[in-house]
Write a protein that binds this ligand. Structure first.
Ligand SMILES: Nc1ncnc2c1ncn2[C@@H]1O[C@H](COP(=O)(O)OP(=O)(O)OP(=O)(O)O)[C@@H](O)[C@H]1O
Length: 229
């Protein structure tokens, strides 16, 4: 593994937010690497910086210092266009709330990111159908998000996140809005899909039972990413 390139490498990341009494330091020289095919749980108390870390990792927020490498490529010198291209092709996001487009069907929600990336309609629909079938939604392709249950909506969101076969999947409490039974089902589906696709995935969760099923568990302590426990 030592010679392999990490799917994602955060090097010496600093992130602080300005406040009236001085900067609030959230990440302090944080280092974190995740390897292709590895599933890592991020378990940390509220307010310690999980979302901040995921936003920096996903190129949604720039760190105040440090470097984010995606597949070994440094990103700090990229302009907005370069960052957007990397986000579209290399990174998938799943949030606590599904954020599906309400006027588009399940299939269309998974087709759309592929079309934006430039794929043809037939190819994008074929991949979306395959993904949604894997996610147990083969008979829900033409349903609008409002016609789906919370767990089904979240599974469509997972399909959308991996539609462009990203290198890294980042999930911020992806089952936090679901009841325990549905949460377990959605989590299992997410893990199965990540494993089947060889994705590197970072999943932030407060659920220790779910976290224990990942390859590795990390937390944030004093602004740094450290093994949990
Ligand atoms: N834009 C911002 N400006 C100022 N402070 C912020 C900003 N974003 C986040 N913070 C603060 O930074 C800290 C970390 O926020 P973050 O959202 O990363 O926490 P978290 O660990 O994801 O929490 P939770 O589990 O509750 O979602 C919090 O104290 C938050 O109030």
């Amino acid at each position: 593994m030592a010679t392999e390139t990490p799917a994602l490498f955060l090097s010496q990341i600093e992130r602080y937010y300005p406040q009236s009494d001085g900067p609030l330091e959230i990440l302090r020289k944080a280092d974190f690497a995740i390897w292709p095919g590895e599933l890592v749980a991020l378990v940390a108390p509220s307010g310690t910086g999980k979302s901040t870390l995921l936003h920096v990792a996903g190129l949604l927020e720039s760190p105040d210092s440090g470097e984010v490498f995606i597949g070994g490529v440094p990103t700090s010198q990229l302009d907005d266009k370069g960052l957007t291209r990397l986000r579209r092709t290399e990174i998938g996001f799943v949030y606590q709330f599904h954020h599906l487009l309400p006027e588009f069907t399940a299939l269309e929600n998974v087709v759309l990111p592929q079309r934006i990336r430039g794929l043809g309609k037939a190819e994008a629909e074929s991949r979306a159908t395959e993904l949604l079938s894997f996610l147990g939604l083969g008979d829900r392709l033409d349903h609008l998000p409002g016609e789906l249950s919370g767990g089904e909506q979240q599974r469509v969101a997972i399909g959308r996140a991996v539609a462009n076969a990203p290198r890294v999947l980042l999930a911020d409490e992806p089952t936090g809005n679901l009841d325990p039974h549905t949460s377990l089902h959605v989590f299992n589906t997410l893990v199965a899909l990540a494993r089947a696709s060889g994705l590197a995935a970072v999943i932030a969760t407060h659920n220790l039972d779910l976290a224990a099923r990942m390859d590795r568990q990390v937390t944030i302590r004093d602004g740094m990413v450290v093994p949990l426990g």
